[in-house]
Design a protein around this ligand. Structure first.
Ligand SMILES: Cc1cc2nc3c(=O)[nH]c(=O)nc-3n(C[C@H](O)[C@H](O)[C@H](O)COP(=O)(O)O)c2cc1C
Length: 171
């Protein structure tokens, strides 16, 4: 699939088929995270692939009862193993590193005919406890993964004119 098409076709999927994700497709999605760039190529990350239904239930509970977290056959917890420090620009590098890796996975998933939904609304403590993740690490994202049952909602986005300026900033 053309990258442009993957970008256009990716939408958040919140209903999944009751069908496992084939191993080769899962590996292709994880490989996209592995190949993502990170600050100074540090790769301070771990990805916990959660398929166990009981654990997915626990993650759904940690996510305020979002049903798609339990329903998706796979949830990938993206974990920063060094969740501190600011880049010289004042921005936390670990969150940026993990966000890039997660976005790579969302696009690779589209290419595999799979759907994803980024879950940011979860209790850090409860999700860590469900997956035995030490308190010194931070889960940046939970990503649901599976075959879409329904297409996502149509994309609503600001126009280019609203968000782009050239050479100097303007409100
Ligand atoms: C950082 C982040 C956190 C998000 N958290 C959630 C969430 O907890 N639950 C959910 O259903 N969707 C969540 N989303 C999905 C957004 O609602 C969705 O990406 C946005 O509405 C645009 O829709 P689209 O992904 O279909 O293009 C999150 C997305 C991002 C990028």
């Amino acid at each position: 699939m053309e990258l442009k098409d993957a970008i256009k076709n990716r939408t958040s999927i919140r209903e999944y088929e009751n069908k496992p994700v084939p191993e080769n497709k899962l590996i292709d999605v994880l490989e996209a995270a592995r190949l993502a760039p990170s600050g100074a190529n540090r790769q301070y990350w771990k990805f916990v692939v959660v398929r166990d239904p009981q654990k997915r239930q626990e993650l759904a509970k940690a996510s305020g009862g979002q049903p798609h977290v339990a329903q998706a056959p796979v949830v990938i917890a993206s974990v920063s193993t060094v969740p501190d420090g600011l880049m010289r620009c004042g921005v936390p590098g670990y969150a940026v590193d993990l966000a890039i890796a997660v976005d790579h996975m969302t696009l690779a998933a589209v290419d595999e005919g799979l759907g994803t939904c980024w879950i940011g609304a979860f209790s850090q403590e409860a999700a860590r406890a469900a997956l035995n993740i030490p308190a010194k690490y931070t889960i940046v994202s939970l990503l649901t993964l599976g075959f879409p049952k329904q297409p996502g909602r149509p994309k609503t986005r600001k126009s280019l004119e609203e968000i782009i300026c050239y050479d100097t900033f303007s409100e």
